[in-house]
Design a protein around this ligand. Structure first.
Ligand code: AP5
Length: 222
């Protein structure tokens, strides 16, 4: 599938944005841009940005907009972003969304297509408590629904599976508060622009994947 448009996956922590963004980006031949992954990479490499972001992420709060925008602008100047990209976890504030609109316009992109992942809170908590991620390639597993063949080991590259520090219940609570206060208002922002598509992301991975594909196919037809 070819998609010449910026795609945004919006939704609370644990909604399945990353799981679907990886697949959709691969099937569309577009880069998957997860600001969370970019910050975790900076933290693990011990860069100046990582040192700034780490305590904020560990508290479950959002990284300041200026740091996020600098990271995103740098990434968008890379050649693989010329045809489009799949944002996962960005934008997360109205300020980020406004700045993204200006960047997209300056790069000749139209309005983004925004897929809003709707999931009940009890299911979010269940998914986050069961998430394990490959420390090498980033493959996402879930001990309840999508376990690896061998416990603690990635099926794809044999990497060690780890739990994210911010998936501790007390941090998850703060992340959900940050989502409600700072990110949820983006649904109204994008609805008013006529680019928001809400999907039932509480279903299984394959069903959600089909729902996202339907949204993309609908956008291609219109
Ligand atoms: P980030 O990494 O973006 O985390 P998040 O948005 O909280 O989302 P998650 O990665 O937790 O969940 P997801 O929706 O991707 O779910 P997943 O597919 O993994 O951000 C982390 C932190 O970085 C933020 O708190 C903030 O500090 C900072 N940050 C990042 N971007 C920022 C920004 N723009 N501005 C400011 N700060 C920023 O799935 C979860 C689990 O469920 C997995 O185990 C998976 O296998 C399972 N699962 C997925 N789909 C299904 C399904 N359909 N059915 C059953 N299980 C499923």
């Amino acid at each position: 599938m070819v998609l010449k448009r910026a795609l945004i996956f919006l939704g609370p922590p644990g909604a399945g944005k990353g799981t679907q963004a990886k697949r959709i980006a691969e099937s569309c031949g577009l880069p998957h841009l997860s600001t969370g992954d970019m910050f975790r990479d900076a933290v693990s490499r011990g860069t100046a940005l990582g040192r700034l972001a780490q305590p904020i992420m560990e508290r479950g709060e959002l990284v300041p907009d200026d740091l996020v925008m600098k990271l995103v602008e740098e990434r968008l100047s890379e050649t693989d972003c010329a045809r489009g990209f799949v944002f996962d976890g960005f934008p997360r504030t109205l300020a980020q969304a406004g700045q993204l609109d200006r960047i997209l316009e300056s790069r000749g992109f139209g309005k983004p297509l925004v897929v809003d992942f709707a999931v009940a809170e009890s299911e979010l908590l269940r998914r986050l408590s069961g998430r394990w991620t490959c420390s090498v390639g980033g493959e996402i597993y879930n001990i309840y629904d999508a376990p690896p063949k061998r416990p603690g080991v990635c099926d794809l590259d044999g990497g060690k599976l780890v739990q994210r520090a911010d998936d501790r219940p007390e941090v998850v609570k703060e992340r959900l508060v940050a989502y409600e206060r700072q990110t949820k208002p983006l649904t109204d922002y994008y609805r008013q622009q006529g680019v928001l598509e809400t999907i039932d992301a509480g279903a299984g991975v394959e069903q959600v994947y089909r729902a996202v594909r339907e949204v993309l196919n609908g956008a291609k037809r219109s």
